[in-house]
Ligand binder design. Structure first.
Ligand code: APR
Length: 235
């Protein structure tokens, strides 16, 4: 397997999807055992489902919280967080809402699809809410239903968050994508943007993805196995 010397790159970007957390035990969305195999997202992960039956949607997300809290970050998450401590130019852009990168110690994380650990009131904005159960289902100030601050199907991405992601992607010299099927846009277009800006693009995924052809090199291995071996240790 190819090994990289982080000193050769001023900016290194890790672009992660559900496969990043698979070895922690968090199920992926697609493929065998995927969340969308078990649950129809039309009933659990879109604004119209929430408008129809907010309690059902909130309960589904509480189940997701419980599942994530039972999992721990793995060696791959720690390898990224460790590199960030040694190298000032490391950014994580993640589609994951599980907060695993932060739990491993990563600080420079752009959460493209929001966070399972934040809630949003349509009037009073967002706030952190960490725990297996939601503190409240309705806003204490206005009584509106609180919804998880995550991007569901059909939602617009937060423009500030996209801008942060795009800036980091356009500036990076090494783009390492891990565990994403490359079917959900605009994230699916990120490898091409990085490549057009001259970054070396690497994919870590045990299986070919929709975007495999966009990469200069692919590592057919898992996040937990490949990431700890990807970088030459600084002496
Ligand atoms: N290491 C690396 N990759 C893995 C591993 C692993 N251990 N296990 C599985 N994979 C790969 C699969 O081969 C697949 O290509 O991870 C990918 C997971 O794909 P998806 O489940 O589609 O996840 P993702 O690409 O993150 O989905 C994007 O879709 O439903 C929405 O908002 C949700 O953020 C999510 C978005």
């Amino acid at each position: 397997m190819q090994v990289f010397d982080p000193k050769n790159y001023q900016r290194i970007l890790f672009f992660t999807g559900a496969g990043m957390s698979a070895e922690s035990g968090v199920p992926t969305y697609r493929g065998k055992g995927g969340i969308w195999d078990q649950y129809d997202w039309n009933n659990y992960a879109c604004q119209s489902a929430f408008d129809r039956d907010p309690e059902k949607v909130l309960k589904f997300h509480e189940l997701r919280r419980k599942a994530v809290l039972e999992c721990q970050p793995h060696a791959g998450h720690f390898a990224i967080a460790e590199l960030e401590k040694q190298h000032p130019g490391v950014t994580v852009v993640t589609q994951n809402i599980d907060g695993m990168h932060q739990r491993a110690g990563s600080e420079n994380v752009v959460e493209l699809h929001g966070s399972l650990w934040r809630m949003r009131c349509p009037i009073h904005g967002t706030f952190e809410d960490i725990g297996e159960k939601y503190t409240d289902y309705a806003c204490k100030k206005c009584g509106n239903w609180l919804r998880p601050d995550i991007i569901w199907f059909g939602d617009m991405l937060n423009p500030d968050v996209i801008n942060s992601a795009l800036t980091a992607i356009e500036q990076c010299e090494l783009f390492i994508s891990i565990g994403t099927s490359g079917v959900v846009w605009p994230a699916a277009g990120f490898p091409e943007i990085a490549r057009n800006k001259g970054a070396l693009c690497i994919e870590i995924n045990p299986e070919a993805s929709e975007m495999s052809k966009m990469y200069d090199d692919t590592i057919r291995s898992t996040a937990g196995k490949a990431l700890p071996r990807l970088f030459q240790k600084n002496e």
